[in-house]
Design a binder for this molecule. Structure first.
Ligand SMILES: [Zn+2]
Length: 279
């Protein structure tokens, strides 16, 4: 647990998975990226799924919610999915259950961030957090419900349509505060409406950057995922965000990093590094 003014922050886990190392580093050659991470015999690199729980007076907020338990076995094999320990275990570790979540905030609706929003109930798919409202940016909902051939595999309708059917979605349109002290900022890049979430209290900032900087190995500005639809937009946003995070000593949460959940980015002698922060 990390205290940030009025907030308690808990980095949670919904297990691990693996994605092709080449796809994770875009134009960066394997001779370089394989110094930072080790691929398995199918060229997949280890990745985590780390939703962030934010507790404040009488409110329990979840930022992203992992992949969930609906992935069919064939895809689970392709993605090396390991949910031996998943979000329910992680919530139980801090004395909570899925029913304690009041609000879910989505960075974007890709399956590895938002698959956990719904769950099977017999032959139906229903909201997984029964007492929660789900805050979703309208543009991301539009993109997710109108996929094209390049992003279709990431937007699985069963992960979000049942929420609208159940009437539990609150849409918002623009950048800015979505809850007291919590705001959403569009980066684009990875997806047209991908955003990072800022938690701010008493002058301190925690930044949940999702796929803008998915792991600490992606700190170099041109180390950008091949998955990104608009890589130049990712580059421009990283060039803006990282100096801001260094100057403001933001606590940056790396949603997919297999080892480091959060850290402060520092610059020493022109070199950038991560000072890990216990969560
Ligand atoms: Zn992702």
């Amino acid at each position: 647990m990390l205290r940030l003014g009025a907030f308690e922050l808990h980095s949670l886990s919904d297990g691990t998975f693996g994605l092709d190392g080449g796809a994770m580093f875009g134009v960066v050659p394997k001779t370089l990226w394989s110094k930072r991470t080790t691929p398995d015999d199918r060229n997949r690199i280890p990745l985590a799924m780390r939703p962030l729980l934010v507790k404040t007076d009488g409110r329990t907020i979840l930022i992203d919610c992992g992949v969930g338990d609906k992935m069919p076995p064939k895809l689970a094999d392709i993605y090396a999915l390991d949910r031996t320990r998943h979000l329910d275990h992680s919530l139980a570790d801090i004395g909570l259950t899925a029913d304690d979540i009041d609000v879910v905030v989505a960075t974007h609706l890709h399956f590895d961030h938002f698959g956990g929003a719904t769950a099977r109930d017999g032959d139906r798919v229903v909201p997984r957090f029964r007492n929660a409202r789900y805050l979703i940016r309208r543009g991301e909902w539009e993109d997710a419900t109108h996929p094209h051939d390049r992003n279709r595999a990431s937007y699985l309708p069963e992960n979000f349509l049942p929420l609208a059917d159940a009437g539990v979605v609150d849409f918002y349109e623009n950048d800015g505060e979505v809850l007291a002290g919590i705001s959403a900022w569009r980066t684009g890049g990875h997806a047209r409406n991908h955003q990072w979430i800022k938690v701010e209290s008493e002058g301190r900032v925690a930044a949940f950057v999702a796929d803008l900087i998915p792991t600490t190995a992606h700190l170099d500005e041109p180390w950008i995922m091949g998955y990104d639809l608009f890589p130049m937009e990712t580059l421009m946003y990283k060039q803006r965000f990282i100096p801001e995070a260094i100057a403001g000593e933001y606590i940056v949460f790396f949603e997919h990093d297999p080892k480091i959940a959060a850290g402060v980015i520092r610059e020493r002698d022109g070199k950038r590094m991560i000072d890990p922060v216990a969560t």
